[in-house]
Design a protein around this ligand. Structure first.
Ligand SMILES: Cc1cc2nc3c(=O)[nH]c(=O)nc-3n(C[C@H](O)[C@H](O)[C@H](O)COP(=O)(O)OP(=O)(O)OC[C@H]3O[C@@H](n4cnc5c(N)ncnc54)[C@H](O)[C@@H]3O)c2cc1C
Length: 287
């Protein structure tokens, strides 16, 4: 099916994009890589009179290190660009590795990080990792700018804390501490993950472990009991020591997740996967 007719706008600055959105309100939407939007427009699940293509907007591009050590990723960065960016590879190799395995090469070269976050299809990889990495999301509207933790950005299936008139400008990853290791492991038998688990092991940090699981329910979920248990582990704990302490806690926390049977798998199976993937992510962090 073809999409219904719309006017295409191609702003060259963020101010212009935001002014267009303010003018046309909810009859307009933003278009980045189009990998989700165009499918929805063609299926007429979504319909807009105005499509604002933001790909020319320079302020949304680039990956740069800010003075205080924060890595700022422009929302137009594609998964492919992130996977191959020298700064991401050096500072957050676990996230680069995740980006290298998103979907297929066609989606990776066109699909953007801003797009996957704003579309909020639950079966995605990056949101889980960005929560574990304590990322912050920068948003802008014609009248205001704000930053929110990625942990508060995801509010439900196809729903985020972004207001309709806001553009997602960048995703900011706070400075990592020496020795921090992060890893993400996912499994699924469709094109998208059924379950993903992200771990950040921080031998010198005030919080030893950050552990999140995603795709299993509409928003990424933390595993606070596992994180608390990890606080009592020595910074140089071996994988076996860590796993002995965490395995029963992770299994109990997975059991509490309100997962449902769906085409990605039975609820029990997906809860079991949380433990399997957590072990694999920790293996990578501690090797
Ligand atoms: C076949 C297939 C397989 C996939 N498999 C995976 C997978 O395994 N893992 C995974 O993580 N993801 C997967 N995805 C999702 C993929 O990551 C997203 O499709 C892609 O990143 C979306 O980015 P986009 O630029 O194409 O978004 P678009 O389609 O352009 O936009 C999506 C939505 O976000 C809004 N939007 C986009 N950018 C902004 C912005 N900066 N500010 C405000 N709103 C914005 C648009 O208005 C639209 O509503 C898959 C997608 C497909 C089609």
């Amino acid at each position: 099916m073809r999409p219904s007719r719309f006017a295409l706008h191609r702003p060259e600055s963020l101010a212009e994009a935001l002014a267009l959105k303010a003018e046309f309100g909810d009859t307009a939407t933003f278009h980045a890589g189009g990998t989700e939007l165009l499918v929805a427009l063609k299926a007429r699940v979504l319909k807009y009179d105005h499509v604002i293509d933001i790909k020319q907007v320079e302020e949304l591009r680039g990956i740069r290190l800010l003075d205080e050590g924060t890595l700022s990723i422009g929302s137009l960065s594609t998964h492919h660009v992130i996977a191959n960016d020298p700064l991401v590879r050096q500072l957050f190799p676990g996230y680069a590795d995740l980006s290298e395995h998103v979907a297929n090469i066609r989606v990776r070269v066109a699909g953007t990080l801003g797009g996957v976050l704003c579309f909020a299809e639950p079966h995605a990889d990056a949101p889980t990792m960005l929560c574990a990495l304590d990322a912050r999301i920068a948003l802008a509207s014609a009248t205001a700018r704000r930053n929110i933790p990625s942990r508060e950005f995801h509010v439900g299936e196809f729903a985020t804390a972004r207001e309709d008139d806001e553009v997602l400008v960048s995703i900011d990853l706070p400075r990592r501490l020496p020795g921090d290791r992060s890893a993400y492991r996912a499994f699924g038998h469709t094109e998208r993950p059924a379950v993903g688990v992200a771990a950040v092991w921080s031998p010198q940090g005030p919080q030893r472990l950050r552990l999140w699981t995603g795709a299993i329910v509409p928003v990424p979920v933390p595993m606070p009991k596992a994180e608390t248990t990890a606080q009592s582990l020595p910074p140089d704990a071996s994988l076996e020591e860590v796993w002995r302490a965490l395995e029963p806690v992770i299994a109990a926390e997975a059991e509490e997740i309100d997962a449902h049977d769906d085409l990605h798998g039975a609820a029990d199976y997906k809860k079991h996967l949380v433990g399997v993937l957590a072990r694999r992510a920790l293996e990578e962090c501690l090797k």
